[in-house]
Design a protein around this ligand. Sequence first.
Ligand SMILES: *[C@@H]1O[C@H](CO)[C@@H](O)[C@H](O)[C@H]1NC(C)=O
Ligand SMILES: *[C@@H]1O[C@H](CO)[C@@H](O)[C@H](O)[C@H]1NC(C)=O
Length: 251
Amino acid sequence: MENSHNMLSSLPSVLILFFAAISTAAVPGRTFKRNTDPLVDIVPLSPGWTETSSVSCVARCAREFLTCRSALFNKVTRHCTPGSWLLPSPSARDLTQGTLYSTAMSCNGKAESFTYAADNGVMCAWLSPRRLNYISAREDCIANQARLYTIRTDEKLELLLRHYPPDRDQYHQDKDRYWIGLDDLENEGLFIWADGTALADEWKARVFHPGQPDDHLGVEDCVIYNASFGPLNDIPCNDSWQYICETETSA
Ligand SMILES: *[C@@H]1O[C@H](CO)[C@@H](O)[C@H](O)[C@H]1NC(C)=O
Ligand SMILES: *[C@@H]1O[C@H](CO)[C@@H](O)[C@H](O)[C@H]1NC(C)=O
């Protein structure tokens, strides 16, 4: 470490400028990449400080904060803002605020995932590439220290509608239909979320398609998110669909 510092301070400034312009900054154990998604925003860990480059901005963030997962560096003002996991932003971020760097989300190593705020910190959800029946899907989430996705608030519903909106392509009609964590397997008519809470009547009327759940033919005990339809619908638990799991974020 000492040696590399000495080396860096003796480098010509043009080379240092070159380093500042690269889009990846590696710090021990974590790689920060430039993030150009305008629909994510930083969760600041402190008001920040003045820094010489994006590389040193990211490095100090990682050094000072165990939970550093992002950093915003403003090339003009040289202000560096350290951040935690990124969260979805309700509207497009002001890109003049600076360049955003972030580490890949380790949502149990799942590729297709998104994050959201919860009482106990930042949570993440991912879409399983596999199609399974409801019971196997539930078990797979649990095997991944997670549970099937719950939708108890408008925010959680909006997240799904944003990430998995109605698919208008008639040849891919199953691209917007996924198992979530809601069923009445234990007691017919009493729907329970994967977090153990009961489905409230008022919310049931809002999130299910009108007339659903109807326990059609007496075999529909599990609930699917069907973006263009309600969006919730009760269907047979032994149907196979992709599914969404949710869990706490990890390093
Ligand atoms: C999903 O909704 C469409 C209508 O938008 C309907 O035709 C289809 O049967 C629904 N599928 C499930 C599994 O709920
Ligand atoms: C699901 O279960 C129902 C009733 O138990 C049965 O009629 C149906 O054939 C099963 N479907 C599949 C795909 O296993």
